[in-house]
Structure formats: C-alpha cells, structure tokens
Design a protein. Sequence first.
Length: 322
Amino acid sequence: MPITVRSFAKINLGLAIGLSRPDGFHGLRTVYQTVMLHDVIKVEVGRGVGIEIRSKDSRVPTDESNTCWRIADRVLRSLRQRGKVVITIDKKLPVQGGIGGGSSNAVATMFALEKALKYELPAAERLRIAAEVGSDLPLFLVGGTVLGCSRGEEVWPLPDLPSWNIVLATPNIGVSTPAAFQRWDDLVQREAKLTDNASSDRISLFSRSAFGWLTGEPTTGVPPKRGDRAETLLLDLVRAGIENDFERVVFPEYPELRDVKRVLEREGAKYASLSGSGSTVYGLFMDQAEAVRAADAMCNAGIPATATRTLSRQHYWEQMFA
Ligand code: C5P
C-alpha cells in the first residue's frame, strides 16, 4: 500500500556562521522553525529491486543525486531489506530555496519507507542516516522550534514558539549553499585584514542573543515589554539583534532579495529575513489579514509568495501522516 507523508518546510530564525572546519563544513548556530507549507511524498514498495524517483516538476532530479534516493538507499541497507521503491514527489516548495525542501523530502521518505516496509529504525540510526545525507535533515526528526549546532546537524528541541503568520516570498533565483559559504569565507578574510578582528566569535554572540530572546532575559539590559507573549517575542526578535549572516553575502549578489525583505517590512512584517542561504525571504506577521495582503502585494509585483503559519512540534507530528 502506498504511504503518503507531508514534508514540511523550515525557516531559520537567525543564523550565525563560524569558522570553516577541516572537513569542509562550517560551524554554525541557528534556530530552525518548521512551517505549514509542504510537499507531499508518496512511497510504494513492490517486487523487484531499485529506487525510482517520480516528479512532475522538471527541476526535481530523479537520479542518485536526489536526497530522497540517497536516504532510501541507506534505509534499505540499514534494515537489510530489498524491493522496488518508487518515490513520488509532489513539489510545492521552491527548489534551492533555503527552506529545507530537499532535506525535508528525504526525512519524509525515510518515515514513509519505514512504514511501507513495516519496520522502524531506532532513533539514533535515523539521526545518523539523516546527518550523513545532509546538515539540514536532522531538524526534521524533531520539528517545531529547534536549535541547530555544529554544522547544523546537531539538533536540540526548544520549547515551541507561539504560532505566527508568515509570508514566504520565493523569487525565482537558485542560491548555491556551498558558493554562499565560500563568499562568507572571502568576506571574513577581507574584514580580518581591515579590522584585525578575525577572532570575533559570532557563534557565542548569537547564542547569547538567542537565549536572551527565548528566555525573555535580554542581554542588552532592556527589560522586555509586557503584553501578549506572541507579540512580545516577535518584537523582541528584532531587538535581540538575531540576524542571518548569509544576508551579508547573498544580498550584495542578488540585490532584488534585499528589496523583497524591504517590501515585506513595509507591508507590516514585524521581522523579515532571508531563510538559510536563500533565496526565500520570509516575513512574520501578528495579523493574518495583513499577512495575506502582503503575500498578494508580493504576487502582484511578480514575486511568488504564500501566506501560511509556523508549525509547532505537536502539529508537525500530528499532520505529517494525516
Ligand atoms: O550538508 P549539506 O549537504 O547541506 O551541505 C552542502 C554543502 O554546503 C557542503 O558540502 C558544504 O560545502 C556547505 N556547508 C558548509 N557548512 C555547513 C553546511 C553546509 O560549508 N554547516
């Protein structure tokens, strides 16, 4: 019987990039947040052998480079199972969009394949396989609000943030993540020459700001405003100085993305940012009608945009197989 799984997107609420490591990855720290927008992954296992990827979207690779293919191969080997696995990807999320589409598809494939085979991998094995396939996969084994450490694959569940309205603007630009990291290294090197401040620890700074923000204990000494928790946390996101380092290298390369952020802010977003290395730019809104208006304004300006909501851990798991 085919198994169908919703594959939700994520955004990054800030992202601090650390040093380039000997293994070619960068240390980073980020707060991931899952959102309701999703693809749908269908997995069927029949007689025979092999893995086949099907998608109506021509941008989706159907060969071994697809993260769904790579994870299915690892799951089969780990469970010592054989069969003809057909994975159908109903694509709604942008490709190379910084909202974890490919990573989320892979984790959804793992869950669906386990179900289809009627076997369950131990949690530690799921985590090992997910981290092997990509840095952004393990967060989807947690869902909701998640702290990302190391190269992004070390994940810690955080208490869920309140649900916010969100507009995801997805300009038709594909940003290469390795190239964005490379540009960051170039920038850090240039700045180090200018300021002699190579050792400034962005990760510690981010951690202090993020924990101050999440616990309501600001590091700036400014007491948090009283009032609605959802609104206070949203306003404090900006005040806490939580930013995405990728903006500093991606915006100069694609100035239209900075413009998208400005439009979202003008349309009433309390906080707007690039997600991951882009090209998705999101805005968080208190008011649903305002979010819908902002998404409409973006679409009228020729930028595909959707109004949706952030997704708590509980809803993430409830809705995955619904
Ligand atoms: O892990 P993932 O497959 O998403 O990484 C793709 C590429 O992005 C890596 O090969 C690396 O060049 C870069 N990357 C990095 N530091 C990270 C995550 C990714 O340099 N923390």
